[in-house]
Design a protein around this ligand. Structure first.
Ligand code: KIV
Ligand code: NA
Length: 265
């Protein structure tokens, strides 16, 4: 199968075809999602919450991200793999942003990087794309800024919708190949999607974005507890896994496992 390239995503937008994107942080998920035809996989800094057990995305480091990125890029044949730049690894300067992007490409073998922020980060995006690395933007609710945004709240309501559009246009002008919009009103996301030539990827941004992304542990029901409104659970992996573990434990205790067919003589 032919590799997904950034120009393919723009062609999908031109044809009005919506595309799915999922996070992936390891080999089996990457293989499976790639085989299922997911064109873009994101090694998100949400690995902080979903792999490393932190309570926010802020603590994860580039050194913690790179092995995950490498395992995902090794495991796909077709998908475009985007690696998130974690908090603190790009905000200091466009030079720092480029240096971190280079590490994600060389050490992680990523195909593109993603960073959070609007017009203020256009110079950072420009520095990276000028060096030949595709960049995905991320605006609206940006988890790395949760303390400054006052928690998980919808962004881009009212007059802030104009700022959202300006930010998106600035990222496009800086060379971004796509922009994620997280937790923004559907009407605002629709307007941005219409105004941009590059594809928008929504998460909690309504049905009119060019693409939709979810964190895989959320959409598969592996992460438990109350999920945000924008999450749809397509499976109950936590239930499936808990059931299997309990059965294994019980069969060991009852000496039902291993059975004759599992035994060498
Ligand atoms: O880290 C992540 O999973 C993300 C997506 C939710 C867009 O940035
Ligand atoms: Na992220």
């Amino acid at each position: 199968a032919k590799r997904v390239r950034i120009h393919h995503l723009r062609e999908l937008k031109q044809r009005g075809e919506a595309w799915p994107m999922l996070t992936a942080y390891d080999m089996y998920t990457a293989e499976l999602f790639d085989e299922a035809g997911i064109p873009v996989l994101l090694v998100g800094d949400s690995a902080a919450n979903n792999v490393y057990g932190y309570d926010t995305s802020l603590p994860i480091t580039v050194d913690e991200m790179i092995p995950l990125v490498r395992s995902v890029t090794r495991s796909v044949k077709r998908a475009l793999v985007v690696a998130d730049l974690p908090f603190g690894s790009y905000q200091l300067s466009p030079e720092q942003a480029l240096a971190t992007a280079v590490r994600m490409m060389k050490e992680g073998r990523a195909h593109a990087v993603k960073l959070e922020g609007g017009a203020a980060f256009a110079p950072h995006v420009k520095a990276i794309t000028t060096a030949g690395v595709p960049v995905m933007g991320h605006i609206g609710f940006t988890p790395q800024s949760e303390h400054n945004l006052g928690g998980y709240r919808v962004q881009g309501r009212g007059e802030a919708a104009d700022v959202l559009l300006e930010d998106a246009l600035a990222l496009q002008a800086a060379g971004a190949f796509s922009v994620v919009m997280e937790m923004v009103p559907a009407e605002a996301a629709k307007r941005v999607t219409h105004e941009l030539e590059i594809p928008t990827v929504g998460i909690g941004a309504g049905p009119d974005c060019d693409a939709q992304v979810l964190v895989w542990q959320d959409m598969m029901g592996l992460r438990r507890g109350k999920a945000p409104r924008f999450v749809k659970r397509y499976a109950d992996l936590a239930g499936v896994m808990k059931g299997a573990v309990e059965q294994f434990a019980s069969e060991v205790r009852e000496r039902e496992f291993p059975a004759p067919e599992h035994v060498f003589h």
